[in-house]
Design a protein around this ligand. Structure first.
Ligand code: GH3
Ligand code: MG
Ligand code: MG
Ligand code: MG
Length: 317
């Protein structure tokens, strides 16, 4: 199947090698009914620094993908072992592993109807390649689908991460709070939604300038991250306002957590050169459940307003 072509080490192979070295490690999964083809393909990928796992059927493939989250590329032949065929496998993969997590390259055996190859694309493959192919062609396609994966991942990160603080943004809040709400409703457990707003932040900007203001926002973001669990949803809502959504905690525990946070913020001044800025924040907390994030946010916001009106540097729940 794989035609060896002399002097195939051309432009795209070089780019592939460079890419592999830049990213350290790319793991591929080869899904093909023929062991000798798998070995040949694996050897070719190895030359470019791509390690590969093998499978010949759909179930093993899905199992391997579940257990190896570092796989970035799956090469799938149309004609694989077992009842589930290559195209259906692509569909099953995409149901669990969206194009943000994995690149899929279909392989069409020689002499197959071209309509079948198109099915690969319809079911979510990034591209397909027809056998027999020369190495250069394979490397080029691999390069392209991996670059596509990079772009998709970059765009998806850009869309959900706040570039200044690296916290999640409001768009992420909308998407991820839905998941938290669903599971809270299912398990009949409350959520905690907190609105956190830095006190008199405008004074920081007006006194020390916008750049220092930005640094303060970064500092507060670090304090926020250090105060919560990895799974907790911490969001920069906009400006100097943050939002935290926690699941599965009693009101008492949550109050403790946010009281601790308030103290931590107040005792972590911004320091640079001769400048020392003491920062405080006010927090409004909602504890309960609703099938939509918006009313919970707005109730937390009302409590925040009370905190601001009654002296700041405090939690109102
Ligand atoms: P309060 O205690 O009532 O919350 O007062 P405040 O001054 O913190 O609130 P206000 O809403 O009046 O001002 C917020 C300021 O935050 C105004 C705006 O210039 C500043 N700000 C918003 N986004 C950014 C940013 O990305 N960087 C910097 N440096 N400042 C920002
Ligand atoms: Mg304000
Ligand atoms: Mg403020
Ligand atoms: Mg504000």
């Amino acid at each position: 199947y794989l035609i060896k072509k002399p002097n195939s080490d051309l432009l795209y192979s070089t780019r592939l090698i460079e890419r592999v070295y830049k990213n350290n490690f790319i793991k591929a999964l080869i899904v093909d009914g023929s062991e000798s083809f798998r070995n040949q393909l694996a050897e070719n990928l190895q030359q470019f620094g791509l390690a590969s796992l093998h499978s010949s059927d759909a179930n093993t493939t899905l199992e391997l993908l579940k257990n190896h989250s570092d796989i970035q590329l799956v090469l799938i032949d149309l004609d694989i072992s077992g009842d589930i065929q290559g195209v259906e496998l692509v569909e099953a993969i995409r149901a669990q592993f969206p194009s943000t997590s994995l690149a899929v390259l279909g392989m069409t055996p020689h002499g197959y109807n071209s309509q079948l190859s198109i099915e690969f694309l319809k079911k979510g493959a990034n591209d397909f390649i027809t056998k027999p192919f020369v190495k250069e062609q394979l490397n080029l396609r691999i390069m392209q689908v991996l670059e596509m994966l990079d772009t998709i991942q970059e765009k998806s990160i850009e869309a959900t991460i706040d570039p200044l603080t690296q916290l999640k943004n409001r768009r992420a809040l909308e998407v991820e709070s839905k998941v938290l709400i669903q599971s809270a409703l299912l398990t009949n457990k409350p959520l905690s939604v907190a609105m956190i707003d830095i006190d008199h932040f405008k004074v920081v900007n007006d006194t020390y300038g916008h750049d220092v203001g930005d640094d303060v926002l970064k500092l507060i973001s670090k304090v926020l991250k250090s105060n919560f669990r990895k799974k907790d949803l911490i969001v920069r809502n906009g400006g100097e306002e943050f939002c935290v959504v926690l699941d599965d905690l009693s009101l008492e525990k949550v109050i403790n957590l946010f009281e601790k946070l308030i103290k931590k913020i107040a005792s972590t001044p911004y320091e640079k050169d001769d400048v020392v800025i003491n920062i405080t924040a006010s927090i409004g907390l909602f504890h309960g459940i609703n099938n939509n994030i918006k009313p919970m946010l707005s109730l937390a916001d009302k409590k925040l307003y009370v905190a601001k009106k009654t002296g700041r540097n405090k939690l109102v729940s």
